[in-house]
Ligand binder design. Sequence first.
Ligand code: ALA
Length: 570
Amino acid sequence: MKKPGEKWSSQLGVILAVAGSAVGIGNYLRFPGQAAQYGGGAFMIAYFVSLVVIGLSIGWAEWTIGRYAGQHGFNSVPGVFHAFMRQRWSKYIGLLGLIIPLVIYMYYVIIESWCLGYAINFLLGNMHFTTAAESGSFFGAFAGAGTNGSALKFGLQDAAVYLTVVFLINFVLIYRGLAKGIEVFCNYAMPTLLVLSVIVLVRVLTLGTPDPSLPDNSINNGLGFMWNPTKTVVERQVGAEWQIEREVLGENAVRTATAEVSTDPALRIREIGVIEQLRKPQLWLAAAGQIFFTLSVGFGVIITYASYLSQKDDIVLSSLTATTANEFSEVGMGGLIALPAGVAFLGMAGMVGQSTFGLGFHVLPLVFSKMPAGWLFGFCFFFLLFLAAMASSLSMLQPGIAFLEEALQIGRKQSVALLGGLTAMGCGFVFYFSQDLKALDTLDFWVGTFLIFVFGTIQSITFTWIFGVDRLLKESDKGAAFSIPRWFGLVMKYVSPAFLLVILTLWILIDVFGFNFAGGAPKFSSYIQDLFIKPNTVAWLSIVLVFVLGAFLSLLIAKAPAYRSKPKGF
Ligand code: ALA
């Protein structure tokens, strides 16, 4: 059997690298945005269920199967599936584990470069916004959201220059390899980002009520917005239906709303309970999607990283440690920074309906502009996001590198050049078609959400039913600091696949077929509209990009001698 050429230099190194892959923009921007949108405290219940059923369960399985395949000479995801399924077609399942990280890299690195650009501009004192319109128009110009191609300018306040730098750093580190590139970067970046997070967190939590004349705009209310399990809302009657008009938080807001409601019979105040919120399928989809995205589970990343471990290395505690580090940074840091700061300065009205990007690149720059020494805290926040994103984007390149080296039997120089060329084309496409961030948004939906659900579900089923859950648990015991409890095997074999199949079905019904659980006409998401109802050229081109990449990689998989013969010894 072929021996893997690369190894991690220490157990801590691999834990930090996996934690680095997990901790990213998802923790500090996507998580608070999703939690607030889907009910705060109620969302957290679905989130923690998903953490156990998807995060821990598939995470442990990915570490185990990855290390097992690595022991038999396979480091790439197609190799892993070829190795343990032993069918002529099984290597093609691994194609998903290549497309997902590569396509996500193509847009993720752009967001990473925005973070660096914002950090530098805060440091240079270029970020002073007094209104939401000002910060919004800065971002629009920076990211080229107004017109395709408009971000292609090379000034300090333009994204292109940061993208070039960030793209190159990623490839230099990947070229240096696992131990000297990824591991060294994560060894420095992870503690640094922890220190920066604490600095920003302490600043935010001590903001109190920045403007005493607006007592509802406070950190306490921001924390309530993020974490309260029940919601108080004002509803308006439209025909026979009561529709939510706004959420009410804080004593003054409740007093004002009560007075308003008493004079208008078309309005009412109501508390929405936890159970009512948990009945919404969208909340479960959002929670499960967040767990996949934040832990980099279902990405093809953990399998690849784990394939460089030896049988003496612990994987059970390492996986748990990396997951815990991610959750500490997500729930304990990300959950306490962005939204509370936004509410304290802009109030609830300024926060409602903010997307991940709205929160990160419109709201927070305005918030930092209004804060004393905001340039410093703005720099700390965006630089920590940049470090977190870089550790994640590096992990998205390794599956591609491992595959090219294994399939084409080429060296590091050639694999880096080939992958650099491929991702530069994809990244250039997303960067050029920047109007309304259409390409980025389309790829994030179809690859960064849909394909991850699909691949996660396939992994959950094949690992426990084809490889076998008993074998998997026995395999995970090797070198382990402690064993995965045997009862958890039942969760892995039955609960996780069932949970994921339900989620995937719901997702397809709601987001693809527009199924309306409230009854009535189908409600098609903008992504379906962009493809079939009001076809959008850039959305279609983005889908074509994924298929062309898939076809190219399939061809390489088909031709690769490494996956021709049946692996022995399994
Ligand atoms: N896991 C990475 C993040 O959360 C992709 O940003």
